[in-house]
Ligand binder design. Structure first.
Ligand code: OOG
Ligand code: MG
Length: 256
């Protein structure tokens, strides 16, 4: 039945569900970036068909630290569903993942839709609130290595996201210090300034980038601005916390 992209979407969805590493999809036959977003849409479609619903989107490679760590120099985005949401203070099971990593982020909650190219001011006027956040990324590819097309097809490595307390965002949050701790020990220290100089720029970029694929950011959606620092490998038993200046903190635990 399905065409080649349906098959690739099913392969990546299976790998995510089973927590099994697979070879990069493009090794078998190359596809373009627009085709990679098509595979992503189809694989998320399989999650939606199982009853999950769309709750937002995530930006990737919005900081130098992430670009350098992963060797991919293009901003990318992925789709977030309710099935990926991990409760603040909650626990995840290491066995559900392939080789999970975590990175400190901030998240925006939209009160109005955002469509097409917008300025950062326009983007911020659609924001209800912002929050400290953590993203759990888990590439389905062996050794966490990929091309830009492969990582886009793999929903930009999204696996889980944790959002802390929401607060109003009508203040200059372009340079807030952030500390990510493992068991109370700092493992990454950064600033929201690492995210395109101001995470509001990531939100504006999100609106522009999804429009290229016929989407808009919807009211009620959560937008993850992208990792401010390199990601850290998770391990069983670790407690993770991201504290952001003025915003408070968010955390979760990996079960032993
Ligand atoms: C791709 C996802 C990048 C970010 O915040 O930059 C990302 C990856 O690093 O596996 O989520
Ligand atoms: Mg991220």
């Amino acid at each position: 039945m399905g065409n080649k992209f349906d098959d690739l979407a099913a392969t990546i969805d299976d790998a995510a569900r089973k927590g099994d590493a697979i070879a990069q999809l493009s090794e078998a036959s190359a596809f373009t970036l627009p085709q990679a977003y098509d595979i992503q849409e189809k694989s998320i479609g399989l999650r939606l068909a199982r009853g999950e619903f769309r709750v937002g989107m995530k930006m990737g490679f919005t900081s130098r630290a992430k670009i350098i760590q992963m060797g991919v120099d293009d901003m990318i985005w992925g789709r977030l569903t309710d099935g990926m949401l991990v409760e603040d203070g909650g626990e995840i099971s290491f066995a559900d993942y392939v080789h999970p990593r975590v990175e400190p982020e901030v998240a925006y909650l939209l009160k109005e839709p955002l469509e097409g190219p917008v300025t950062t001011i326009q983007a911020m006027s659609a924001v209800e609130a912002m929050a400290p956040a953590l993203e759990i990324i888990d590439s389905r590819y062996k050794d966490f290595k990929f091309t830009v097309e492969d990582v886009v097809a793999d929903n930009a490595s999204s696996s889980g996201f944790v959002v802390g307390p929401w607060c109003h965002a009508e203040f200059d949050h372009s340079n807030l210090g952030m500390i990510m701790e493992f068991d109370g020990r700092p493992v990454q220290i950064g600033s929201t300034a690492a995210i395109l100089g101001n995470p509001a720029r990531s939100l504006a970029a999100a609106s522009r980038m999804v429009a290229e694929f016929g989407e808009r950011l919807e009211a009620g959606w959560i937008i993850m601005a992208g990792g401010a620092t390199a990601a850290e490998a998770l391990r069983p038993g670790v407690s993770v916390r991201n504290s952001v200046e003025h915003l408070g903190s968010v955390g979760f635990k990996v079960s032993a």
